[in-house]
Design a protein around this ligand. Structure first.
Ligand code: GLC
Length: 565
């Protein structure tokens, strides 16, 4: 593996690639991606030049929430492979110089997890029920939920226990589920829950994983007494919060960002430190403002947290400048590197979001009847955004397929949708299936070479033929090559461990142009309309737009890296 500079842990400037296992590559032809499929395609990631892979959940799961409903934290779903396949994946990845992070889902289990099954079988007040948040209902006979919390996926965050057990004594008993009813929340006040998770961490650390992505990291501990809250569930949406980046006071309510969560990460930090090799945690902490989010990456807690305000930022120079500055300052104040991310499995792919005039919109999915993004504009901006992302100091997260410039599937038929958000919202939210469509590897093969039979668990848009990995590998002007070149230059120029200094490009309208120096590279990102000239006599290292490169300008919606050495 690439050695960091002496004493500097690898994750501080790493490029980390998110694999959503069901949709990466299928080895057995059932249309669902699997671990051997990933192993067979690891060479793509090594060629791309990333440092690490984060695997979204591959654990046994009834798939009520795409695998984020875990029925066994220490196993592999038979549809995705075996533990031996996972061991093989770790060995092969490490052999290629790639580190591997696995997803830890500690806020809730699946309703099919043996702990929840045992809790249902046991009586009210039992030790088994103590692992979860069972509570008596309110109102006559406990007929109403214990409080007014809403599920992130829509509807109440409580379900009745007797509906599951059929037992009279459970009448008036409810259990909490911040997400789907099939994802009961664990009670992190329970010492047993803490102990059991430390065992899960040890299990994977001993198998050789390099760390964890921690799901819903801001949600494990709830406010004492579970008080009512009138803010609804919308203050925290998937992949971020609904508030403007940099807003000062954000009350996420009694279910999120409670001070007690930090003790958990401190104890995990100590546990990771007992293993060799700079193991790391990255938190999905949807918390604002930035100073509050930075508490998750204090020196004795997690190593990183996702930068959701950056992911949600509008295509606007001032807004981008602000979110970059605020993130660097807030994380810098606690000695942590900032992370940068444009897409993940919970949000509309950025190549589509950027194809709208109003880039501030972040809908939960797009359907055939919705206004459709301009694909060419989205792709042009996505190329520029890649050069922004990969030029910033800190660590960058890529979501599978963004290196191909993949857009969202914006016309998925509703009858193939699987996201619980679609069902629980009664079809008002399309949900996240459109960003989870199986990857196109080979243009001229059925299912674009996703697997040997052409089956894919979600249909792929026909336009993806032109974006298939094999077509792009043969085209040095492709998005794929742009990512590869940018990752390579980022490494050779030390941009991940560099520092940012905002500058003015002389003839540029500053309201439309982001320009900064990172070490000896000048980065110009033009989100406005007026073209900017490349400084005289300077060599362009990378350009998102070949026509602009030829003309010596950075035009609208494009970006360049200029050599200032
Ligand atoms: C996280 C995951 C998301 C999942 C949710 C519940 O936000 O990223 O996919 O639905 O947690 O586990």
């Amino acid at each position: 593996m690439r050695p960091g500079p002496e004493g500097v842990p690898w994750w501080r400037d790493a490029v980390i690639y998110q694999v959503y296992p069901k949709s990466f590559a299928d080895s057995d032809g059932d249309g669902v991606g699997d671990l051997p499929g990933i192993v067979a395609r690891l060479d793509h990631l090594a060629w791309l030049g990333v440092d690490a892979v984060w695997l979204s959940p591959f654990y046994p799961s009834p798939q009520a929430d795409g695998g984020y409903d875990v029925a066994d934290y220490c196993g592999v779903d038979p549809a995705l492979g075996t533990l031996a396949d996972l061991d093989e994946l770790l060995t092969r990845a490490h052999g290629l110089g790639l580190r591997v992070l696995v997803d830890l889902v500690p806020n809730h289990t699946s309703d099919e997890h043996p702990w929840f099954r045992a809790a249902l079988a046991a009586p009210t007040g039992s030790a088994e029920r103590g692992l979860y948040l069972f509570r008596p209902g309110s109102g006559p006979g406990g007929q109403d939920p214990p409080n007014n919390w809403q599920s992130i996926f829509g509807g109440p965050a409580w379900s009745r226990v007797d509906a599951l057990t059929g037992r009279v004594e459970d009448g008036g008993q409810w259990y909490l589920h911040t997400f789907d009813a099939r994802q009961p929340d664990l009670d992190w006040e329970s010492p047993l829950v803490r102990e059991r998770f430390e065992d899960v961490l040890r299990f994977w650390l001993e198998r050789g994983v390099d760390g964890f992505r921690v799901d819903v990291a801001h949600g494990l501990v709830k406010a004492e007494g579970l008080p009512d809250w009138d803010g609804g569930a919308t203050a925290m949406v998937m992949g971020g919060s609904a508030h403007a980046p940099g807003s000062d006071v954000v009350d996420l309510g009694p279910m999120f960002d409670q001070d007690g969560v930090h003790d958990i990460y401190r104890s995990w930090n100590r546990l990771l430190a007992t293993y060799p090799g700079d193991r790391a945690m990255v938190g999905e902490a949807c918390v604002e403002p930035a100073e509050r989010a930075a508490r998750y990456v204090r020196p004795d807690e997690m190593q990183q947290a996702f930068n959701f305000p950056f992911l949600q930022c509008r295509w606007d120079a001032e807004a981008l400048r602000r979110v970059v500055t605020v993130s660097l300052e807030a994380d810098g104040a606690v000695g942590a590197p900032t992370t940068w991310v444009l897409s993940n499995h919970d949000v509309v792919r950025h190549a589509s979001l950027l194809g709208w005039v109003d880039t501030g919109r972040s809908p939960n999915g797009i359907g055939a009847d919705d206004p459709q993004p301009d694909a060419a504009l989205g792709l042009r901006r996505a190329r520029a955004a890649a050069l922004l992302l990969l030029a910033l100091p800190g660590s960058a997260y890529l979501y599978q397929g963004e290196e191909l410039g993949l857009p969202e599937h914006t016309t998925l038929p509703d009858d193939v949708r699987q996201d619980p958000m679609w069902f629980r919202s009664g079809g008002t939210e399309r949900g996240r299936d459109g960003c989870r469509v199986p990857l196109p590897w080979q243009a001229d093969r059925p299912g674009f070479g996703f697997g040997p039979t052409g089956r894919t668990w979600l249909p792929q848009p026909p336009e993806w033929a032109a974006l298939a990995a094999d077509v792009q590998r043969d085209d040095p002007g492709s998005v794929l090559w742009l990512y590869r070149d940018a990752i390579g230059r980022r490494r050779s120029r030390g941009l991940g461990s560099g520092w940012l200094e905002w500058v003015r490009v002389d003839d540029a309208d500053p309201s439309g142009v982001l320009a900064f120096r990172n070490r000896d590279v000048l980065v110009v990102v033009n989100v406005g309309d007026a073209p900017v000239a490349v400084p005289d006599g300077r060599r362009v290292l990378l350009h998102s737009d070949p026509a602009g490169a030829a003309a010596g300008v950075v035009g609208a919606d494009s970006a360049a890296w200029v050599d200032m050495a």
